[in-house]
Design a protein around this ligand. Structure first.
Ligand SMILES: [Zn+2]
Length: 317
């Protein structure tokens, strides 16, 4: 069974993690390899290194062509951090190897930093995941649906939850037999125009889309993907239809993960990033052992994202 393949695979155990990434020198070497696998490349002009030196505990490289000076972390998602890389790696290990989502509050407890620091680390990691998943395209057999997430009361007044409900569109590429392969989730209104943007961005024209949503059906028609609209009338009946098993399972797992980990308001404001985290992990669920290294590459390739940019709630497109 697919679930067993995920649950029983060997991950990166904590002793193995500590052996590989337990010291600052090991983490620096891993980041350097991830960022510059063939040696320093100047981020400004693409030139090679003239020299490297250590200043205030940080190693810098100087470009042979344009004299630009660059540290290992500048221009990456780690830019300007005051934390040691060992703490960052520990956070990345926890966020990739835990069975369920790890909230900023839990991260704070586990690695012993302030809540604000834990929140920033978590959002920088999620933003790197989002950037990696942004060009995701599904092909072949695709189950697609729209849904609402969140909206549960988070200690506020009665009935206030609904304003935090987040409309999303979800699609899962499956095998011809209906086993889930990869997924794509987007926070967006359920209008025909917006769903058409989703389809144009994330569905190959050769995809064969199965949906019971009217908007989804019309939108996929716009991009020219072949489609099959199954009229279910919604409710319990649609959950039981075998045509929608993969998408319904995915949405069920997503709702459980989110309601168990995040407060409704926090989720609504940063839903695009929480969805990307879920999608990133889902799409790599068969490769637990390499998840940390892959995430390191994503963090090295992502541009620096200061706190004010991360706290801006706009949806990036
Ligand atoms: Zn240069």
């Amino acid at each position: 069974m697919a679930m067993n393949r995920v649950q029983f695979q060997p991950g990166l155990s904590m002793p193995e993690f500590l052996q590989q990434f337990g010291t600052e020198a090991q983490c620096e070497a891993a980041l350097e390899t991830a960022r510059w696998p063939r040696g320093f490349v100047c981020p400004r002009c693409g030139g090679g290194a003239r020299t490297s030196f250590v200043r205030a505990g940080l190693r810098y490289w100087e470009c042979a062509d344009c004299a630009h000076q660059c540290s290992l972390i500048s221009g990456t998602m780690f830019e300007a951090t005051k934390l040691s890389l060992t703490i960052w790696f520990l956070a990345m290990q926890l966020l990739t190897q835990a069975k369920n989502n790890v909230s900023a509050l839990e991260l704070r407890r586990q690695i012993g930093v302030s809540y604000r620091t834990a929140w920033l680390m978590k959002h920088k990691i999620m933003e790197s995941m989002r950037l990696r998943e942004e060009p995701r395209e599904l092909d072949g057999r695709v189950e697609m649906d729209d849904a609402y997430l969140g909206g549960e009361r988070s200690g506020g007044k009665r009935g206030r939850g609904s304003e935090n409900k987040v409309p999303i569109v979800a699609a899962v590429q499956t095998t011809p037999e209906g086993k889930p392969v990869v997924a794509c989730l987007r926070q967006q209104p359920h209008t025909e125009q917006e769903v058409a943007v989703f389809a144009a961005s994330h569905l190959a024209t050769s995809a064969s889309v199965i949906t019971d949503g009217l908007w989804c059906f019309q939108a996929t028609a716009i991009i020219g993907a072949s489609h099959e609209r199954v009229v279910t009338g919604g409710g319990r009946a649609s959950v039981e239809l075998p045509q929608f098993k993969a998408i319904n399972t995915l949405l069920g797992n997503l709702k459980t993960a989110i309601s168990g980990t995040y407060h409704a308001f926090g989720f609504a404001k940063y839903a695009h990033r929480y969805l990307a985290e879920f999608q990133y992990r889902f799409n790599r669920r068969f490769n637990m052992r390499t998840l940390l290294t892959r995430l390191l590459h994503a963090m090295a390739a992502a541009p620096a994202s200061p706190e004010r940019a991360l706290r801006c709630a706009e949806i990036h497109r």
